[in-house]
Ligand binder design. Sequence first.
Ligand SMILES: [Zn+2]
Ligand SMILES: [Zn+2]
Length: 217
Amino acid sequence: MKIVRIWFRREPLSKVLFFNKLFKLSSPSSFSRFTGSDADATNSKGHYLVDIVRQFFTAMVVLDTWQYFMHRLMHQNKFLYRHIHSLHHRLVVPYAFGALYNHPIEGLLLDTIGGALAFLISGMSLRASIFFFSFATIKTVGDHCGLWLPGNLFHVFFRNNSAYHDVHHRLYGAKYNFSQPFFITWDKILGTYMPYTLEKRAGGGFGVKPTKVDKDD
Ligand SMILES: [Zn+2]
Ligand SMILES: [Zn+2]
């Protein structure tokens, strides 16, 4: 009887300890011990900012690289295109709400796995990742908004922008401009870059026009 009483007395305590440990393990400060970033915040403010910029840039390169090759594969593999990626290309003229309109498997392959790799390889903290993934999501929505607004910082800082991605969504553009969401580097290196011009339309606004003739079309 004594043993049973002790067991009952200890059981709630062990539950508390278990949940306490679980909470600590899932907290940002604890996780960053594995990724090794938040601890850097205690060094100095200058170092911390340099680390954040380095981590953001690394994450951008990793995400861009993963998305370029996966995106291109989705176009070149007929099965993947027909059953998965064609859903996103129903948007011949993109609009902001359609930015993440895609097949769940595409969301998993391109965004979730790509995002996880960017997070792990860059070594950013969970706290920093909140800002990074918010930024990447806003950038993706901006790339699909179909607008060319004066003073849009995405257009100032990124050559991969709403006009660039608009070309990819056009029927003639499905073999070009796979790069997303930040740079155009992989398109340039691997010859899938389609240059374009913005032309004023009679009804107002701009239209994108490719400036390279496709031999296969
Ligand atoms: Zn595509
Ligand atoms: Zn798109």
